[in-house]
Design a protein around this ligand. Structure first.
Ligand code: ATP
Ligand code: MG
Length: 158
């Protein structure tokens, strides 16, 4: 369905902030002007939920989480950053594999199955986007994903 992701993202983040027991404030950097994408809303909500849940689960209480959206030429780039423990370089690509959990001891304590990011990747790929992670140990993690914009000129008379 054709969606203006500006109000859509605000709505998803509002709901996310409200539904958690802890007080969570997500710092938002979202453009004001409309941005139209062709997406399956429920699936994209799941991606945001999975990535945001990790940002909360793996960072210490009260750590700031930032949700950013940048408009590029033919796509948007979304970033979700936390100030948690980070992920080492050699593990960074593996976190998108099914059942992969980077820190065994911590992961067992925190619970989960290691599917969150694998599902997110499947959904983003199905939307013709990309998803990847950047991280610095001890400093935090950023998950990026892209989604193609609807080309406004398509189908218009020259
Ligand atoms: P599930 O999402 O199924 O409950 P999970 O969180 O372990 O379980 P994924 O969301 O796929 O699984 O994440 C895979 C692994 O990547 C995690 O176990 C964790 O080690 C690491 N990871 C993911 N996000 C972060 C993050 N923001 N900070 C630090 N480590 C992370
Ligand atoms: Mg997870």
């Amino acid at each position: 369905e054709r969606v203006n992701i500006v109000p859509f993202f605000h709505h998803v983040l509002d709901r996310f902030e409200m539904n958690k027991e802890e007080l969570i404030v997500i710092e938002r950097h979202i453009p004001k002007d409309s941005l139209f994408l062709w997406i399956d809303k429920d699936k994209i909500i799941q991606v945001i939920d999975n990535v945001m849940s990790n940002a909360i689960k793996y960072s210490s209480k009260g750590g700031k989480i930032t949700f950013g959206v940048i408009k590029e030429k033919q796509r948007i780039k979304v970033s979700i950053s936390d100030k948690g423990p980070g992920i080492s370089r050699e593990k960074l690509d593996k976190i998108f594999e099914r059942f992969y959990r980077a820190d065994r001891a911590r992961s067992r304590q925190l619970g989960g199955t290691g599917l969150g990011l694998a599902i997110a990747k499947e959904i983003i790929n199905a939307h013709h986007g990309q998803i990847w992670a950047e991280s610095a140990e001890g400093k935090g993690t950023t998950i990026f994903f892209t989604l193609p914009l609807i080309n406004r000129k398509r189908g218009m008379k020259k």
